[in-house]
Design a protein around this ligand. Structure first.
Ligand SMILES: Nc1ncnc2c1ncn2[C@@H]1O[C@H](COP(=O)(O)OP(=O)(O)OP(=O)(O)O)[C@@H](O)[C@H]1O
Length: 253
């Protein structure tokens, strides 16, 4: 039987009387790169927030590592949250701290490790994302791509079982974005970390995704689930076909 790290059943999200999506059901398997995709406003970020328990579901349930995170409180919630890492689109490193100090912040908050040990772990995480030589640089002194890598290193500080990335390639040029895709693929393979990545960049989806779901604003729910390359080749839903085919045609042009 597959080892599921996330199980989502008949999940619905509502703001006031407005339904963003409903009847969303899927699972994420340990070690895979799972992509949540769809056009602007379909609810990708909302789904991410539901998964990590920042907002409660209107209906249904999302269990992450066996726990509905929105229903945990106090110490059990802290313990569950320590097993996942999140990198939001803005990344938000602290400008006054160098990269090593930034990556060490979660270690300071969640562990009793002495400073030298925290810094050693932080340096190791920076090494994992190819920033071993940039540990003492400030966020303002590095490129957009390096900032994303540093954000990933910080999200990995506590050696999470699942890493959630919200639009990691937003604002990056195609070459830097492809480098980040390579990093995600390598980290998933080498560390066994499960990745849940929100993106609408087709190149990235095809490069990194083992499986994906596609949300749709009009359908208010999922319109596709599966391997992205198989969906590109075989999807029959017009919107799914349009998403994968249009961009493929653009790439060939
Ligand atoms: N806190 C909130 N209160 C009310 N409406 C919200 C709230 N958060 C999101 N929404 C609405 O829910 C819908 C889905 O938003 P969400 O940000 O999840 O979409 P998205 O797919 O991530 O979009 P994008 O790709 O543009 O970031 C949008 O119509 C948005 O306006």
């Amino acid at each position: 039987m597959a080892d599921n790290v996330i199980e989502v059943e008949k999940l619905a999200a509502r703001f006031g009387s407005r339904t963003v999506f409903q009847d969303v059901t899927f699972e994420v398997r340990r070690g895979e790169v799972f992509v949540i995709l769809g056009g602007s406003g379909c609810g990708k970020s909302t789904l991410l927030k539901l998964l990590i328990g920042l907002i409660p579901p209107a209906e249904g349930e999302a269990r992450v590592l066996g726990n509905p995170l929105n229903r945990l409180h106090g110490r059990p919630r802290q313990q569950a949250l320590a097993r996942i890492g999140v990198m939001w689109q803005q990344g938000a490193l602290l400008g006054s701290l160098n990269l090593m100090q930034n990556v060490a912040v979660p270690l300071e908050q969640h562990t009793k490790l002495p400073r030298e040990a925290r810094e050693a772990v932080a340096r190791a995480r920076l090494g994992l994302v190819g920033l071993g030589d940039a540990a003492t640089r400030l966020p303002a002194e590095i490129s957009g791509g390096m900032l994303k890598r540093a954000g990933i290193a910080r999200a990995m500080a506590l050696d999470p079982e699942i890493l959630f990335l919200d639009e990691p390639s937003a604002g990056l040029d195609p070459i830097t974005s492809a480098g980040l895709d390579d990093l995600i693929t390598t980290l998933a393979r080498e560390t066994g970390t499960t990745f849940v990545v929100v993106t609408h960049e087709l190149q990235s989806i095809l490069a990194i995704g083992d499986r994906c779901i596609m949300l749709d604003k009009d359908a208010k729910g999922m319109i596709a689930e599966g391997n992205p390359r198989e969906l590109r080749d075989n999807a029959t839903h017009p919107k799914v076909r349009a998403f994968f085919r249009r961009e493929v045609l653009e790439q060939k042009a």
